[in-house]
Design a protein around this ligand. Structure first.
Ligand code: BJW
Length: 236
């Protein structure tokens, strides 16, 4: 495999679009239809927990039938080839809360915006895998109290997960690749600049140019299921 020793991949909603999961900001996307300030902030949850829980319950139901696509599989294959080559520094950071990278077999994976199939209790902090509906009546399996369950996702104004690990990997990476993300949400949108500061080669694989495309040295545009496998094959 090619010359890189330390790879960081960042994925966004575009990598899962062809699996039938909507993106956020494209035409018909979630935030084009719904106001994120009323669904994806701690204040929205405080003001109207039933609406917020209902929104995430519906997305859990939608995720139940979704299958990993060729882009997820190509990234898992890249990781496996990299490990076989004896080069262990590979980190796949996803902004997505779906489980499609896991389905494809990715192991070195960090969900910086949380996971839809996990529930957290705001009363006791208990975190558990969960495919059921979250309701205010349902008791937490950890503390037994009702009223505290919320999706284990990162809302606007909350701290993304794993940032220390991500910035350490960005500092030492020599290849940074962003796949299917619009580059509108920080801190993820700042990762390309961070990687460039450390001297990494930067690649964008997405449907069309977006807000931060100028920051990438190499760009390939088209559907993720075509562009990602093609780029991965070229690397080998
Ligand atoms: C395809 C395709 C196909 C389509 N093939 N491609 C300035 C600086 C720093 C922070 C801020 C700032 N101003 C405001 C902030 C705060 C805020 C923020 O960034 N707001 C912006 C809107 C401006 N950020 C936060 O609040 C974050 N926390 C934070 O900053 O904490 C403090 C902190 C300070 C300093 C350091 C560190 C931390 C938290 C952000 C949480 C985001 N949460 C969500 C919801 C998660 C749960 C859920 O899913 O409901 O995360 S919002 C939503 O956006 C979701 C996504 O992960 C995220 C990114 O979206 P993504 O993936 O890019 O999707 P789209 O739809 O935007 O783009 C899809 C792309 O795919 C497009 O480009 C298409 O073209 C492409 N595409 N089809 C290939 N077939």
């Amino acid at each position: 495999m090619a010359r890189y020793e330390n790879i960081v991949i960042l994925t966004g909603a575009g990598v899962s679009a062809e699996s039938g999961l909507g993106t956020f900001r494209d035409e018909g996307g979630l935030w084009a239809k719904f106001d994120p300030m009323k669904l994806a902030t701690p204040e929205a949850f405080e003001a109207d927990p039933d609406t917020v829980l209902g929104f995430y319950n519906a997305r859990r139901a939608n995720l139940a039938d979704a299958k990993a696509n060729a882009a997820h599989f190509a990234l898992a294959e890249l990781e496996q080839n990299w490990m076989l080559d004896g080069r262990a520094n590979y980190l796949l950071v996803t902004q997505n809360i779906d489980d499609l990278h896991e389905q494809a077999g990715s192991a070195g994976l960090l969900h910086m915006h949380g996971e839809l199939l996990k529930t957290r209790c705001t009363r006791c902090g208990h975190l558990f895998s969960d495919r059921e509906d979250m309701t205010r009546e349902r008791p937490c399996p950890g503390c037994g109290k009702a009223g505290g369950l919320r999706p284990h996702v990162v809302w606007f104004g909350e701290m993304p997960l794993g940032l220390d690990q991500i910035y350490a990997a960005l500092d030492r990476c020599d290849l940074f690749v962003a796949v299917g993300t619009s580059g509108t949400v920080y801190p993820a949108a700042g990762f390309v600049a961070e990687a460039r500061r450390g001297g990494a080669h930067t690649v964008e694989l997405t449907l069309e140019p977006g807000e931060i495309s100028d920051l990438f040295e190499e760009t390939h545009y088209g559907p993720a299921t075509e562009v990602v496998p093609h780029w991965v094959r070229g690397l080998g």
